[in-house]
Design a protein around this ligand. Structure first.
Ligand code: CAA
Length: 380
């Protein structure tokens, strides 16, 4: 692994950094308080090619590598993790899945507008009784001539309210259990597709999350992705890459917590000098920096392996596991460094903690990451 970034990777990182500071930061506090979706920001990210970063240009994407994606996503999430997850779901889950398994017709119809940021996608896997235990889903797709009729409920769907394309897992053959799951690409506005009320969340409040239900929703067979029965494999392989994205999002929060602590500790005085002179604070900052660097190396290694065409599921799970834990710990420590000021909205670090917690839950809880890692280590 080359530890130097290429000129292009550095330019992408810097573009993301400048955009985040100039265009995302000014509205992030208000959007968090009001739980407002960042429509304009997402549109501009699309214009930069950031909504389909790893999709080839012929299908509307930017054709960048996964390392560039991690660098950009970390910068964006450092300023606003809500924007980070909207971007991550569109890139790593929806665009990746269609690019990898879609026919040319599906790429033309669905991928081009998604990768160029004209449309937004969401990933519908989880159900009320099938979260971590994803094989237990109940949504059905019954064949009816050239169509499938979808019925069921998906929940915790990021981008659910504002998506134009729904990437949906549904059972086409219940007898075959998870091997009878298939993937469908469903357009917004299809009769029978309904979204529930927006969840009132602890963090990442500017992203939208809701229930999506399918009530006799008729979908043409051309909207079946990858063939009947391949849906669970598509979901699992797609999530392996998704975990790199959420790892990068967590890195952004962890790094933001570290930088806020460094800044604050140099200006806040106690016992006659800046608190950065106190060993109690210095040790916190050392630990925060060491952990975020270790997590970054793991997330980047997973990205590098993916770019090299190597196995990366274990490394992606390790990267997400450590980065999400570090995001939560660094945010907690940042609040401690800020004392009472850390507990109020004005100083941002309380939002870092609220935003960090979800990274230990979505795209596989930390416990699921340990399942993935241990199975890779213990298999024959
Ligand atoms: N990569 C590729 N394939 C995998 C895989 C992985 N990481 N994990 C499992 N599989 C495959 C297995 O090889 C197996 O394939 P075969 O049947 O062909 O042999 C199949 O999936 C079933 O696996 P298991 O027999 O191991 O099933 P299990 O029930 O014991 O474990 C699980 C499955 C790993 C726990 C899986 O259910 C899982 O990953 N759960 C977490 C789901 C998840 O991450 N949800 C996130 C929701 S999406 C989201 O959060 C997006 C958002 O909005 C931000």
């Amino acid at each position: 692994m080359d530890f130097n970034f290429s000129e292009e990777q550095i330019a992408i990182r810097d573009t993301a950094r400048d955009f985040s500071i100039n265009e995302i930061a000014p509205t992030s506090i208000e959007r968090d308080i009001k739980a407002e979706f960042p429509f304009e920001i997402i549109k501009k990210l699309g214009e930069f090619g950031f909504m389909g970063m790893m999709v080839p240009p012929e299908w509307g994407g930017a054709g960048f590598d996964t390392i560039s994606y991690v660098l950009a996503l970390e910068e964006i999430s450092k300023v606003d993790a809500s924007v980070g997850v909207i971007m991550s779901v569109n890139n790593s889950l929806v665009c990746y899945g269609i690019n990898h398994w879609g026919t040319d017709g599906q790429k033309e119809r669905f991928l081009k507008p998604l990768a160029s940021g004209i449309k937004l996608g969401c990933f519908c896997l989880s159900e009320p009784e099938a979260g971590s235990d994803a094989t237990q889903q109940k949504t059905e797709a019954i064949k009816d001539g050239d169509y499938y009729i979808l019925n069921g409920i998906k929940n915790w769907i990021t981008n659910g309210k504002n998506a134009d394309v729904y990437f949906v897992q549904a059972m086409t053959d219940k007898e075959k259990k998870h091997k009878g799951i298939s993937t469908f690409l469903v357009d917004k506005g299809t009769e029978g597709l309904e979204t529930g009320i927006k969840e009132d969340k602890l963090g990442i409040r500017s992203s939208d999350t809701c229930t999506v239900s399918f009530n006799n929703c008729r979908v043409h067979k051309d909207q079946l992705l990858g063939g009947e029965g391949t849906g669970f494999r598509i979901a699992m392989e797609t999530l392996n890459g998704g975990r790199i994205g959420i790892g990068a999002q967590a890195l952004g929060i962890a790094q933001a917590s570290l930088e806020a602590s460094v800044r604050y500790s140099k200006t806040r005085k106690a016992f006659g000098s800046p608190i950065s002179n106190l060993q109690a604070i210095q040790f916190k900052i050392s630990d925060m920096a060491t952990n975020v660097e270790a997590a970054r190396m793991l997330v980047l290694e997973a990205a590098w392996r993916k770019d090299m065409g190597m196995e990366f599921a274990k490394e992606a799970a390790m990267g997400k596991l450590l980065a999400s834990k570090t995001a939560v710990n660094n945010a907690l420590e940042a609040i401690q460094v800020h004392g009472g000021y850390g507990y109020v909205r004005e100083y941002l670090v309380e939002r870092y903690l609220r935003d960090a917690k979800i990274t230990e839950i979505y795209e596989g809880t930390s416990e699921i990451q340990k399942v993935v890692i241990s199975r890779a280590l213990l298999k024959d």
